[in-house]
Design a protein around this ligand. Structure first.
Ligand SMILES: [Zn+2]
Length: 242
């Protein structure tokens, strides 16, 4: 497979759709290749199970038109930085050579989201070191470091470094989220109610997108955080090279 432009690492199937489904749809409709690698199968989730969630993840991937979706099958509820987990993420970065990688913001309500953000940050660094050895099909992989690591918002807020206008793709995002039928509100389900299956949850997702859209003068937006400073070019606003 050829290189992926943007590679997203998440803790659970549905994290990427909830956090940045609109950005993903915008990128793929613009011709960029996007991959999602879920670190766990979400088997600890109160509703559904690993099998239903895998089928739902596949359906959501088709709606978002992404190029690849893989699962590293780390144990759900135990996503914490370790040499083994960091090496597995490094191996995926070296395999797909993305320009940009994206992970959950490293302070959140769910410890696995925190862990995923930390693992990916470590992997971003070690992936660029030739002496940090990883193998693909028994063959030593080349060192490679993506250009940028961005974080997306799950439950806890952060002050965004930048916001992506997702006005044109919000409907695709909501459709991709609803593909995870077992996780969200379903009047016919008799599974226990959870934080995200409450009927208000999907409205909150939309309200958050409206809030961040408003911040940039658009209808809907998705916030991102970057620990590094981002270079700015006046030409982006003046619409000619400066
Ligand atoms: Zn999650």
């Amino acid at each position: 497979m050829k290189n992926i432009d943007v590679l997203i690492f998440t803790a659970h199937p549905d994290d990427a759709e909830i956090g940045i489904g609109g950005t993903i749809a915008k990128l793929t409709s613009g011709g960029f290749s996007v991959g999602i690698i879920d670190l766990t199968e979400g088997e600890l989730g109160t509703r559904g199970n690993a099998i239903t969630r895998a089928a739902e993840a596949k359906a959501a991937a088709e709606i978002l038109n992404i190029t690849l979706r893989e699962n590293l099958s780390f144990p759900d509820g135990n996503v914490r930085p370790s040499q083994e987990y960091v090496a597995k993420v490094v191996s995926k970065i070296r395999q797909y050579k993305p320009q940009i990688i994206i992970a959950p913001y490293f302070n959140d309500r769910h410890p696995d989201h925190i862990g995923a953000g930390k693992i990916v940050k470590e992997a971003m660094f070690f992936s660029g070191l030739p002496k940090f050895e990883t193998f693909e099909n028994g063959k030593l992989q080349e060192a490679y470091r993506p250009r940028k690591l961005f974080y997306f918002m799950m439950t806890y807020l952060f002050d965004p470094t930048f916001i992506i206008d997702v006005t044109d793709t919000i409907e695709t995002k909501m459709k991709a989220i609803r593909a995870f039928k077992s996780q969200f509100h379903d009047p016919e389900s008799d599974e226990p109610e959870t934080f995200i299956s409450h009927p208000e949850f999907l409205k909150n997702i939309e309200a958050r997108a409206r809030h961040f859209g408003f911040q940039i003068g658009k209808t809907y937006g998705e916030p991102f955080f970057c620990e590094e400073k981002i270079e700015f070019d006046f030409g982006w606003i003046l619409n000619k090279p400066v």
